[in-house]
Design a protein around this ligand. Structure first.
Ligand SMILES: [Zn+2]
Length: 264
């Protein structure tokens, strides 16, 4: 299912950034809350979670008059590259090389068990880029029990904090799928749920990807690619240098997701 049909099926308003977590889930929440309290993590006593609002992001157009520190001048379109499912020996170092050559920072949604397997590579990514939480082993969270979903997020949160020295502050659910319980768990951990509005299509050529992505880019667009997992992402690496060059020619400034959120 693509993101748009997912959003329709999930009943989420495509234009909105906020999803109400209704009172009907109170019992489930009690269970989740108990689990979190028991584990001693994540509730953040100084900033209790607002359980009425989950932050769901797939594009971050600039607010008119936004003047966050470090934000580009008004009218400069911004764009974010994101890479999921790493770190991997197949792709991650190659993606890092392309981004370094282009002097672009990106956001990597890493899988906890991959961070544990390749901690040095995870640290190499984090030295220049932003690392987000993409669960422990990439399940479909729309089908997961609440306790399992919590464990997927918390275990990855703790692993990334341990390996990289600081915990992730962004969450992307595998396949862009999640349940109401997952949304509440992510919210309780102060994670926005970060999706995407366009993506690399590895079934197409590099040239077709460049053409499609350059043409469809809007202010605040979030592009999904992969630096790990089962997809054959060579085409992503092949397309990236020219895509970045074309988007820069169009005036786009590349930002990490936190930068995009700060200026949106
Ligand atoms: Zn993934």
């Amino acid at each position: 299912m693509d993101r748009r049909s997912f959003l329709r099926r999930a009943g989420l308003v495509a234009g909105g950034a906020v999803v109400g977590a209704g009172g009907g889930l109170a019992h489930e929440w009690e269970h989740i809350h108990y689990g979190l309290a028991k584990s001693g993590h994540a509730l953040g006593e100084e900033r209790p979670p607002d359980l009425t609002q989950t932050r769901l992001i797939y594009r971050v157009p600039a607010a008119s008059g936004a003047s966050a520190a470090g934000a580009p001048s008004p009218g400069t379109p911004r764009i974010a590259l994101t890479f999921d499912d790493g770190p991997s020996t197949a792709y991650t170092a190659r993606v890092l090389d392309v981004l370094a050559a282009a002097d672009v920072r990106a956001t990597f949604f890493q899988v906890g068990e991959r961070v544990r397997a390749l901690p040095a590579l995870a640290r190499e990514v984090a030295a220049r880029h932003v690392v987000g939480n993409h669960t422990w082993d990439h399940p479909d969270l729309s089908l997961a029990e609440a306790g399992d979903a919590r464990s997927q997020l918390q275990r990855t949160h703790d692993e990334v904090a341990s390996v990289l020295g600081q915990p992730p502050t962004l969450f992307r659910p595998p396949f862009g799928r999640f349940s109401g319980a997952t949304a509440m768990i992510a919210t309780s951990m102060n994670y926005p749920i970060v999706l995407w509005d366009t993506l690399f299509d590895v079934r197409q050529s590099a040239e077709a990807n460049i053409e499609q992505l350059a043409a469809s880019a809007q202010d605040g667009t979030i592009i999904l690619g992969h630096d790990g997992g089962p997809l054959h992402s060579d085409v992503v690496i092949e397309a990236l240098p020219e895509l970045i060059a074309q988007l820069k020619d169009k005036g786009f400034q590349f930002q990490t997701i936190p930068e995009l959120l700060a200026s949106g």
